[in-house]
Design a protein around this ligand. Structure first.
Ligand code: ATP
Ligand code: MG
Length: 224
């Protein structure tokens, strides 16, 4: 159960959308501080640096003890990627939210969860709609903007829009100040950054691949 509701906290939810290879994961590395924060990841493709778990019991144990420690943490789920597991994960996240502490809640590739464009299921919907009061900073990304709960696009304080197929560009242009004609020709790692109705163009810098060719920041190796 989320605790210490604080209605004065602002909405800092961020959504990143681009076709595959558009640079979403790289963009998320810029959004989520590398150190010193509480962060929980839905990261079935292992894009992010975190302690990763594939066993539910071990995940819950690690998340709870990290939460109780009072220290920063990065705990991620890289196990089953079905919708039921995702909703279980959302409930586990909800249980550690605390209005006195920020918690990054990171969801990689939301469209794969097949939630559709309608209302999000309760477990995810309450993080989207009420999470900010409990310190949640929801950071989501998707390749397919028309297949995620529309709330993720409309309720996020900041939206990054990168390379898109024509039909997705047209869909997004109905919501955001972007040019649906030039968007499909956008280079990877280039995004429109939309905040408070205004848009600016930003270029994300590719972070690195480590020596073994893996993506992202890979300093933590533990998988349980
Ligand atoms: N030095 C580099 N090494 C690898 N990729 C690079 C480099 N510089 C730029 N890139 C670009 O970064 C992109 C990969 O970014 P990223 O993994 O964030 O994409 P993504 O949108 O998350 O893709 P996916 O949806 O498949 O996960 C590549 O498509 C490539 O165009
Ligand atoms: Mg990615």
């Amino acid at each position: 159960m989320a605790i210490n509701e604080d209605t004065s906290l602002s909405n800092r939810h961020t959504c990143v959308t681009a076709a595959t290879g558009g640079g979403k994961s790289q963009c998320m590395y810029d959004i989520i501080p590398a150190n010193g924060v509480r962060a929980v990841f839905w990261d079935v493709d292992k894009d992010h640096d975190c302690l990763r778990f594939t066993d539910k019991r071990r995940f819950l144990k690690a998340l709870n003890s990290a939460n109780k420690s009072g220290k920063p943490f990065r705990v991620g789920w890289s196990g089953d990627d079905d919708q039921e597991t995702f909703l279980w994960w959302c409930s586990a996240v909800w249980a550690v939210l605390d209005g006195r502490k920020d918690t990054y809640v990171v969801v990689e590739e939301a469209a794969d969860l097949e939630l559709g464009a309608g209302k999000a299921p309760l477990q995810f919907g309450r993080i989207i709609r009420r999470g900010r009061k409990y310190g949640a900073i929801l950071v989501t990304c998707t390749q397919r903007c028309q297949e995620i709960p529309k709330q993720l696009l409309t309720q996020s304080a900041i939206v990054f829009v990168g390379l898109q197929a024509q039909h997705d560009a047209k869909y997004l242009a109905k919501m955001f100040p972007i040019d649906p004609e030039t968007l499909p020709r956008t280079e990877p790692l280039q995004f429109y950054r939309i905040e408070k109705g205004g848009g600016s163009k930003v270029k994300v810098t590719y972070k690195h691949r480590n020596k073994s060719g893996q993506r992202g920041r890979r300093t933590r190796k533990k998988v349980a």
